[in-house]
Design a protein around this ligand. Sequence first.
Ligand code: FAD
Ligand code: MLT
Ligand code: ZN
Length: 519
Amino acid sequence: MDKVICSLLIRSNRMKWTESIVKNGYKTCVKRFHISSRRDTELTSVRYPKLKRGNYSKVTDADVAMFERILPGAERVITEPSELEGYNTDWIKNCRGASQLLLKPKTTDDMSAILKVCNERNLAVVPQGGNTGLVGGSVPVFDEVIISTQQMNEIISLDTLSGILMCQAGCILGNLDNYVSEHNLTMPIDLGAKGSCHIGGNLATNAGGLRLLRYGSLHGSVLGLEAVLPDGEVLDCMSSLRKDNTGYDVKQLFIGSEGTLGIITKAAILCPQKPQAVNVAFLGVDSFSRVLEVFKETKKNLAEILSAFEFLDAESLRVGTDNLKLTSPISDHPFYVLIETSGSNSAHDEEKLTKFLESMMESGKVLDGTVAAENSKIQHIWNLRERVAEGLMHDGYCYKYDVSLPLENFYGLVSDMRDRLGDKVTRVVGYGHVGDGNLHLNATTPEYNTEVMELIEPFIYDWVAKYRGSISAEHGLGFKKRQFIYHSKSRSAVTVMKNIKGIFDPKGIMNPYKTLPDD
Ligand code: FAD
Ligand code: MLT
Ligand code: ZN
């Protein structure tokens, strides 16, 4: 069996993409970010002075010695501040903790042993995968022990008939996709951070991404998982059955739990057949209502071959062309639509797409467009969409929002926010997974600005609640959004969530200050 050995990591916003490297005959990271200094990020405890550290123990020398006995060997118990820096700071440089201890288990038994000690010693912990999360969930707020799944990167098995992949939680998504594609399968999830994020992190955040329109959410694709509970108990839900109605489906609680219930150590994922033919169209339109008209027609005409429907506004495209020096394949327009088709017959799909686009151009709904079937051209177009998050970081500080809204109210939020923030910000952009009703609204300033923050929040959450949207479509609540949970969830639902947390983690050591609001 092939093994994926993932070497060091991302952890930067300087984001130079690098080539894959090959170890043990198998490709490791597909794309990686380079390490850069994160010291310029303000400590979370300083930015949020009202937040008080929970009544947890502090790590002692005796604790470190104990962890070194449990995790023998180099690079598994890390206390060196310079090495901890990247793990203490999130990708978007919004949050920085001050942990003095990083642990890297390799096996479920390792994980069980270290969590048992943490629980007995009342040490708070933060689980960390690829640290690409965008809501401050993956880094400590104070001095929580960081438990990284970086060394839990083995593929356990792949059943090529059923398409069921079993792997450890620290496998990098892009590596898994490379691996299964050699067997004519594909991962049911894809996102811009695939070169760094771990499958365990994907499950813990219930990540959405670019293929959700086609393959649905991870709640459907994950057949089984294994997690270690805060007291060290191993919860075995590692089923590989498509159908299993034997009582409550406990694994579902971990999908989207953001590390607050336990640490996911293994997963069984249903991988669809790899599409034989992929085509991508990039279109220019003159208004957001045209984007919606094109979406309606796309669903009708491309039906079973449609695999992604994304949009960018003109300002989002400029992020790529100005900050990343990408080139647009078409002339300038107020809005852009990216349509991907995936099927089994390239001639059939291409013909269908071309015919559809001709009719869109004739009707005047689409003003300009290009279609790509060749890999490098497809990637060029996808870069314009996938790399907006990266490009925004070049402006300085990024205020990132990820909301669900009914499509008829979708872009109104961006226009209102632009009016509200005016020239106090560098830009306001709107882009995202319009096919899933998921808008990414971002604003940037050269550095963090409290006045801008107070203009955005809670205004944005009130706006979303007014239209019965969700304040987090796919990124989760993490540290930054948990206090606004009531804008999207009822009091009774939050009470049930808190009760569930109490059952799994009675001492509250598991990723404190995340997801659930303070009382
Ligand atoms: P981390 O960032 O390390 O952790 C995220 C959360 O999960 C934290 O709360 C952490 O404590 C918890 N966690 C991590 N591993 C485990 C585990 N094994 N067990 C329990 N809890 C755990 N997200 C989307 O949904 N869609 C997108 O399209 C998308 N695109 C992105 C593009 C870019 C460029 C970037 C930087 C991020 C993007 N994200 C997107 C956000 C992010 O990549 C996802 O949330 C991803 O799933 C996080 O995985 P990770 O391994 O980096 O987790
Ligand atoms: C995306 O869809 O590009 C990601 O969710 C990242 C972002 O929101 O910027
Ligand atoms: Zn997204």
